[in-house]
Design a protein around this ligand. Structure first.
Ligand SMILES: [Zn+2]
Length: 188
């Protein structure tokens, strides 16, 4: 990692998008090709940190959160090209983003959000063949959580806490079904 002092303001703005998903457990060998295709197929939502699922998309906690509550909203469709999403998937993905803002607001009361996509290998993301929208809660005067807290155990505990809070928040929304703490909240 670069020292924070060497980063320009522009780079800091884009830092949340740099790392999409990092294995916390290096002994894990059950991901062969595309993590965003394989995680939702594993029937292990809690372990995989998938907190909500709609018809065509799902919400995944980022293992490398810029801030607590940093998630990605990901269509199941394996493509890196936003223009390939059909109308049903676009609408479902957009509605899931709306619900994600609501859930994050309920769970964390942020002052704002950064949200966006990295499209193409030149855009700075680490996974460019399966598109995903980052949603990062922001607070006035916040600093990069990962840079502040370097203790892995603390980060894992924070992820567990984030999962529970967001799971509760999605479960409280109208038009959702909470099937228990081990599975993602289902969006009708
Ligand atoms: Zn994929």
């Amino acid at each position: 990692m670069c020292g924070a002092a060497t980063l320009s303001r522009m780079e800091q703005v884009f830092a949340p998008w740099r790392i999409d998903w990092v294995e916390r457990d290096s002994s894990r060998d059950d991901i062969d090709e595309c993590v965003f295709c394989e995680l939702p197929e594993q029937d292990a939502d809690r372990r995989n940190m998938i907190v909500a699922r709609s018809e065509h998309a799902f919400v995944l906690l980022n293992n490398y959160p810029y801030n607590p509550g940093h998630v990605m909203v990901i269509p199941h469709r394996h493509t890196g090209d936003y223009r390939e999403l059909n109308e049903a998937v676009l609408m479902d993905h957009a509605r899931l983003k709306q619900r994600t803002f609501d859930a994050l607001e309920t769970a964390f009361s942020p002052d704002g959000f950064n949200t966006g996509l990295n499209l193409g290998s030149g855009a700075g993301g680490s996974i460019d063949d399966h598109l995903h929208t980052h949603v990062v809660p922001r607070w006035e005067g916040d600093t990069n959580f990962m840079a502040t807290v370097s203790d892995t155990k603390v980060i894992v505990e924070a992820l567990e806490d984030t999962y529970e809070r967001l799971h509760d928040a999605f479960g409280q929304q109208n038009g959702t079904t909470d099937t228990g703490p081990e599975t993602a909240v289902l969006i009708d």
